[in-house]
Design a protein around this ligand. Structure first.
Ligand code: ZN
Length: 224
């Protein structure tokens, strides 16, 4: 009987309250997220199942859930410990990390959506078509997320300004090659969504804003 990661093959695996999962469970996710397959060792041998899924997850900013608002009663130490449950290697594998803040009931009416769901769907479908066309000669590749390192070099060329910006931020937060490759794949997608042939500086700025947790975690200090 396949487990959750195989049942999610070709679909979405959504884990709510990520910090509530055990470290062992979270670490077991690393291989399937990276290799798109999972190996299970049993008495009669090792079995490999497919596990190519989109990983989506949510968690509170702190144990009580109210950080950084005035209602939060957690200490910095508690917050760092809570966030520390998600190890660096797992964080590295999450392409888009966004902090969402509570919206006041009376503010919702004033918010105009930038795109309707229909418009967004059209943009996504068009970006997908661009990618299928781009990778038609690359075996087993149909979208930006699947680009190998050599393909990133081929399809994600940056101008001098974009390269400088990416380098500065990567040095500031100590990004690994894995994270930089993820950012480049995302930048390619950002350009594709606008139908732009080359990755622009605004794409790099946009993807760097997809790493909210790096910035927020770097602001936290342990008070002893
Ligand atoms: Zn709290």
């Amino acid at each position: 009987m396949p487990g959750e990661v195989s049942l999610a093959h070709n679909g979405v695996l959504f884990l709510d309250e990520l910090a509530e999962f055990s470290r062992r469970t979270l670490d077991a996710l690393r291989q399937p997220i990276e290799d798109k397959k999972v190996s299970v060792a049993r008495v009669n041998g090792t079995h490999t199942y497919p596990a190519g899924f989109m990983f989506v997850t949510a968690m509170n900013p702190c144990p009580c859930g109210y950080y950084p608002g005035p209602k939060c009663r957690c200490t910095d130490y508690e917050i760092i410990k809570y966030r520390g449950k998600i190890s660096g290697p797992i964080m590295d594998r999450i392409d888009i990390q966004k902090e969402v803040h509570p919206v006041g009931f009376f503010d919702i009416e004033n918010q105009n959506a930038t795109y309707s769901s229909i418009e967004l769907r059209e943009k996504v479908e068009s970006a997908r078509r661009i990618q299928q066309d781009r990778y038609k000669d690359e075996e087993g590749i149909s979208c930006n997320a699947q680009m190998t390192t050599s393909m990133i070099q081929k399809y994600c060329e940056l101008d001098a300004d974009s390269l400088k910006l990416l380098k500065e931020i990567s040095e500031k937060y100590g990004y690994s090659a894995r994270v930089i490759h993820k950012l480049l794949r995302l930048a390619r997608t950002s350009a594709d969504l606008d139908g732009a042939e080359k990755i622009r500086k605004e794409d790099i700025e946009k993807v760097l804003s997809c790493r909210d947790l790096d910035e927020s975690n770097s602001k936290m200090m342990v008070v002893k």
